[in-house]
Ligand binder design. Structure first.
Ligand code: CIZ
Ligand code: SF4
Length: 348
């Protein structure tokens, strides 16, 4: 049962001492975040991993996050992902090989112009490496606008990967909403060379199914059902949802607005359901409601991290065996780090 499993996890952690740090993404289930040394979004967690001296970093999250942690941490730190099946579907929508093929078509559509790729943190290391090779940078949901501005100053156009909604929301924020073209690599008619030639921002057709689920009618109904409700959503949501919300921001921003709310305030949350449930538990004085009620989704990649797998990787470490190590190949690692550092320099 749960308490027995929890005791086994604690016993393994006692045996491992300072050798291990456990990171829990905001979207992980309660049984995982309860054992985490740090809870946060992917970027915060990678920084915690780098700052920690621990030899082993156990990442309660998805593959691209564990890869980023491996890139940022020291060479003598080992990153472990409790399940090798925990792969973000959105990151999988822009595979480096596929993007490489599309790059030829896109650059051909605008032969005299310089296109700068910008890749969201939610992507695999090989795509981040591709980005660096073509003069681009990585971004997070909090600094996408800064990275877009940098790229448009340096070049003529941006190719944004993989999340079309974050790309469209960022274009809006910069007043460039009429300057976008869609690029759907799966649909021959969704690849319009003329449109690419005329636009400043090319949006790859990826999306997060958890965030795309939210619609503006959910916001309308929640406002009808709750007096004085405030709505906060993640910028991976559709444009119509971001437009109708009161606040838009990263998972850290979502946590902050609930932390800073006055007792009795009501906040409707447009993000992965585990975070909404954590916020409801952590802040009993605030009324926290899921933006689309029972239709709100959990993330099928995050869900792969079962507490039994956490128990297994820890007990294996106690027995001297490293399981599920996430290690980015040296050349890819070096280039991906260049693309991530470009972002950090812009943030100042
Ligand atoms: O949607 C995600 O996976 C997010 C927001 C991840 C993160 O922590 O940046
Ligand atoms: Fe990927 Fe969406 Fe899950 Fe985040 S919530 S890991 S973007 S599928």
């Amino acid at each position: 049962d749960e308490s027995e499993r929890s005791e086994r996890i604690d016993a393994a952690l006692d045996a491992l001492g300072d050798d291990v740090v456990i990171l829990g993404h905001n979207y992980q289930r309660r049984e995982i975040v309860e054992h985490a040394d740090y809870i946060g979004d992917s970027y915060q967690l990678s920084k915690e991993a780098a700052a920690a001296d621990a030899e082993y970093v156990i990442f309660g999250g998805v593959t691209f996050m564990a890869e980023s942690a491996d890139i940022i941490t020291d060479d003598d730190q080992t990153v472990i992902l409790p399940s090798m099946e925990a792969s973000c579907p959105m990151a999988g929508m822009a595979e480096a090989l596929q993007v490489d093929a599309a790059w030829a078509e896109i650059t051909e559509a605008a032969p005299d112009e310089e296109i700068i790729p910008i890749t969201y943190m939610n992507s695999y290391a090989d795509l981040k490496a591709f980005t660096a090779e073509h003069g681009g940078a990585v971004c997070t949901s909090s600094n996408a606008h800064l990275v877009f501005e940098w790229a448009l100053e340096k070049g003529d156009k941006v190719l944004f990967l993989p999340d079309k909604h974050l790309g469209e929301n960022t274009a809006h924020r910069l007043g460039l909403e009429d300057e976008t073209a869609d690029w759907d690599p799966w649909d021959p008619e969704g690849k319009d060379a003329e449109e690419v030639a005329e636009s400043d921002i090319i949006l790859w057709d990826g999306y997060c199914q958890v965030h795309e689920r939210f619609r503006d009618h959910h916001i309308e109904s929640i406002r009808e059902d709750h007096d004085d409700v405030n709505v906060v959503v993640h910028p991976e949501c559709r444009r119509e949802v971001v437009e109708a919300a009161d606040v838009v921001g990263s998972t850290s921003t979502i946590c902050e607005v609930v932390e800073e709310a006055d007792p009795g305030d009501t906040w409707a949350i447009g993000t992965e359901i585990h975070l909404t449930n954590h916020l409801d538990r952590w802040h009993p004085e605030v009324e926290v409601v899921p933006l689309c009620g029972d239709a709100c989704m959990d993330c099928n990649a995050m869900r792969q991290i079962d507490p039994n797998y956490l128990t297994w990787v820890l007990e294996e470490l106690v027995a001297g065996r490293e399981r599920n190590v996430i290690e980015v190949a040296p050349r890819e690692k070096e280039l991906a780090e260049v693309a991530m550092n470009r972002m950090l320099e812009l943030q100042g």
